[in-house]
Design a protein around this ligand. Sequence first.
Ligand SMILES: C[S@@+](CC[C@H](N)C(=O)[O-])C[C@H]1O[C@@H](n2cnc3c(N)ncnc32)[C@H](O)[C@@H]1O
Length: 219
Amino acid sequence: MIFKILLIVLLLAVAAPFLIKFIKHKSLYPFMPFKYNFKRRRVTFAKTLKLLDERKAKMIIETGTSRLGLQNTKGDGAATIVFGKWAQQNNAKMHSVDISEDSVNGAQNEVNIQGLNDTVTVHLNDSLEFLRTFEEPVDFLYLDSYDYSKTDTEIQVKSQEHHLKEFQLIENKLHDNSIVLIDDCGLPGGGKGKTVVEYMQKKDWKVLIDAYQILLVKN
Ligand SMILES: C[S@@+](CC[C@H](N)C(=O)[O-])C[C@H]1O[C@@H](n2cnc3c(N)ncnc32)[C@H](O)[C@@H]1O
């Protein structure tokens, strides 16, 4: 009897790290291969993908591109590839804009690898310039540019103001069925979304999920 109990304890001790790793692994399978861990963004990415399906989105804009392609699903999110893949499967288009040549090259490389060139256009530009001149209706807006700092309050405010300006520049291209997702919100100081979400809530937008990312739709 003692031997059996010891054996079970031993097996549990050996299996525990694997079980914990499995539970912590937040994949978007079957939409994305199981190996990619979307961690704290899984819940909002999954809901956004569902909304994109339901609302039959045709135009997606992302500010701040997937500079490391699919290599950093945990850290950055790899949204260019996730939503680009959705767009390709659903006959939609995606524009991703970034101010850094390195980031654009990194994202473009993965777009090429994934065969998304017919669907995803990666633009080298300041997001504010890009949004100012964008002419078409936008069904899904993903704000994730100006890098946030957990400690530097000056950078925090600049990032928050930048994301507010982005929204204001494209606001009139959004409509009653549009979806807005803002990254890096669950951070000290309120994250990238603090100021823009306050603004949006005064303008009839409703928060659907308030987590690491904030997901909003029209009331
Ligand atoms: C966190 S990364 C974006 C991650 C990406 N959305 C993803 O899901 O993998 C932030 C990016 O924003 C870009 N960025 C910073 N300021 C910007 C601006 N004013 N206009 C456009 N992009 C900007 C940076 O160059 C960087 O590549």
